[in-house]
Design a protein around this ligand. Structure first.
Ligand code: SF4
Length: 359
């Protein structure tokens, strides 16, 4: 029996986005609906990206109306939408509790990539990152992680073709592992959001234990390690997490992962002038990478107010790449996208936060 009268009016609304099939079945039951509707509802929400219960035409009309009154189907409010001259667009979303989070759309000729967040803020405190300066506000729920895809698909052209996903927005994904895994299961499910795991990359600052545990989970996106320094002293200065998990710890984990026939892992290296871009730094990276199934992505640093670093020169960047290539390590230089809208990790949210747009 569906709850009626004042009982129905008083019970809190249910958030379906982010629930798996058993979760939706339990929510249906809680609302007094037949749990067998959960299969249809799952397809409407994830495969057809339709969150409005009134549009679920193969669910009985009375149930649809009840769902519409009892279910929260709204997406976060878009409070920032900045376009860069290179086509990159950065969205700032206001979540239910007023916190804000960012996601980015990056078009590149035929290819489309979206960059999404896993937390509000971040506890890792990397010294080259504005999100790190915010500290951690909270984890995103699976539904909030997925809501970024719904917003991006409705506001850009990514839904017209298959697109790539990188978890390189705000937050350390491995520090929100349970919610990340739940969201990835729905993203990767061919009957759900149907995004190929080969098109999804999860990046970590190097939470070694969590990374090992994540590799045991059923989800299987590509992995990337944000390296940025291949001597402990340098890396700890840039990424304090290195004091807890050293380069030797990370190397051991990467070795185990690649032995298990995982895809080649990418090492992200943000080049900062006079800090981590010398030829010796490149030789250290080569030493770290040798014998691992990895490739190196060199990224130019996005200078921003409040950060004490500058990008490397074009000359230093190609010298760095050359050292790696000479030593047999595949290294590519990634063009920095959306520089004019501060599209590097966390920079838009921090800017709005400073300006008092969100708490
Ligand atoms: S670079 Fe990534 S892990 Fe480091 S502080 Fe920024 S968001 Fe966190």
């Amino acid at each position: 029996m569906a709850p009626t009268g004042s009982a129905a009016l008083m019970s809190p609304k249910v958030l379906l986005l982010g629930l798996d099939r058993p979760g939706i079945a339990a929510a249906c039951e809680g609302l007094g609906l037949q749990p067998f509707h959960h299969r249809e509802i799952y397809k409407w929400m994830y495969a057809r990206r339709t969150l409005d219960p009134m549009a679920w035409t193969n669910v009985p009309k009375a149930s649809r109306a009840l769902m519409a009154s009892r279910v929260l189907s709204g997406l976060p409010e878009v409070v920032g939408d900045q376009a860069s001259s290179d086509g990159t667009r950065k969205f700032l979303l206001r979540l239910g509790d007023g916190q804000t989070v960012e996601c980015v759309y990056i078009p590149d000729r035929e290819r489309r990539t979206v960059c999404v967040s896993s937390q509000v803020g971040c506890a890792m405190g990397c010294t080259f990152c504005l999100t790190g300066k915010m500290g951690l506000r909270r984890n995103l729920t699976p539904g909030e992680i997925l809501s970024q895809f719904f917003v991006l698909e409705s506001r850009t052209d990514i839904a017209e073709t298959s697109y790539n996903v990188v978890f390189m927005g705000m937050g350390e994904p491995m520090a929100n592992r349970a919610n990340l895994e739940a969201a990835l299961a729905l993203l990767e499910d061919p009957e759900g959001m149907a995004i190929s795991p080969r098109r999804i990359t999860v990046s970590t600052s190097g939470l070694a234990e969590a990374l090992e545990a994540f590799a045991q989970s059923p989800v299987c996106p590509r992995l990337s390690l944000s390296l940025n320094g291949a001597r402990d002293e340098l890396r700890t200065r840039l990424m304090p997490i290195n004091a807890r998990y050293s380069l030797a710890d990370l190397r051991r984990v990467l070795q185990n992962l690649t032995r298990k026939n995982r895809e080649r892992i990418s090492l992200e290296y943000v080049l900062m002038g006079g800090v981590n871009d010398s030829e010796q730094d490149a030789r250290d990276v080569a030493r770290f990478a040798r014998g691992l199934k990895v490739k190196v992505n060199l990224i130019s640093f996005n200078a921003a107010e409040g950060l004490p670093y500058q990008p490397s020169t074009a000359q230093a960047t190609s010298a760095f790449q050359e050292v790696l290539n000479r030593q047999g390590i595949t290294a590519t230089v990634r063009r920095s996208r959306g520089l004019d809208i501060l599209a590097a990790c966390g920079q838009l949210a921090r800017k709005h936060w400073d300006e008092g747009v969100s708490p």
